[in-house]
Design a protein around this ligand. Sequence first.
Ligand code: P6P
Length: 339
Amino acid sequence: MQDRPHADVVRDNLTSIQAHILQEERRHPGASGDFSMIISAISLAGKAIAAKVRRANLEDVLGAFGTTNVQGEGQQKLDVIANEIIMKCLGDRVSVALLASEEDEEPTILRRGGEGGKYCVLFDPLDGSSNIDCAMPVGTIFTVLRNDPTIKGSVETVCQAGRDQVAAGYVLYGSATIMVLTTGSGVDMFVLDHSVGSFLLVRRGVRIPKSAKTYSVNEANALQFPAGYRRFLDEAKASGYSSRYIGSMVADVHRTLLAGGLFMYPPTTSKPDGKIRMLYEANPLAFIIEQAGGMAYSGLKRTLDLKPAELHQRIPVAMGSPEQVDGLLASLREHGEQA
Ligand code: P6P
């Protein structure tokens, strides 16, 4: 079907994310409501973090916290605040067994095997946080996995392939606060109406454009990219592509979702696995892009098929419109990339 611009816009009704979740729950007879409670907790955390981000340049939440996270990265104060907010919002949800965050070395076990807890929630509390001091967009990325109480270790429990995600999404703190969510039946988009204090449904069944001449990559690393990536970029430039790169993955991927094109963080000689974390950055965003009709690859492998070996594992990513991803894959094959 021809891409009709914004055929998915929701008109003439006011649906909050809570109402939307309950409507979705009614479509699944026998649903316990446990899952809905998790999404509701995430939307609450998104509102609380949005309030903090919006005031970041006014209150003393700017700058480094003086500690480093498991990645060895300096933690911005808002990283730590956002992490605590999410932990508080999700901690009392009886359906959550495990929480795992980019900011913490190990998962937090809330309920063991027989104590309930059907789900695990993994998140990057504030992706792109180094942009905060200059008021650039940042985001929270989350994914919901099934808990398997028969698996002993918490890390082994959450090291699941992305195709097994139950739900995924992000909250973008930009010129608007936007929540994008998939539960495996398409992508829905909500905007926080601060006057109402609720995320309101604005687009249902978002579809990524099949093609757009825009690429999003940190070109400063280009000399370190494998030949196939460099060739793709050369051909894109020769074909009149635009370049858009904010350096905040949530913002770059959100623009790609709505306007089309290709976001990528390729492998480099200094970072052969790239920089993007697999479990709580690449996988949730790849799930969103695929559910919107796009593609997401790590080299020549579909990102969601890859089995993680560790919690904070990094992988190269390229995701976006099918035409651009196919073009990159052809270039990688031509230049000897191994599947
Ligand atoms: P670079 C932010 O730190 C992040 O993890 C992603 O949000 C973003 O896409 C990437 O790093 C930017 O990395 O090396 O281009 O500054």
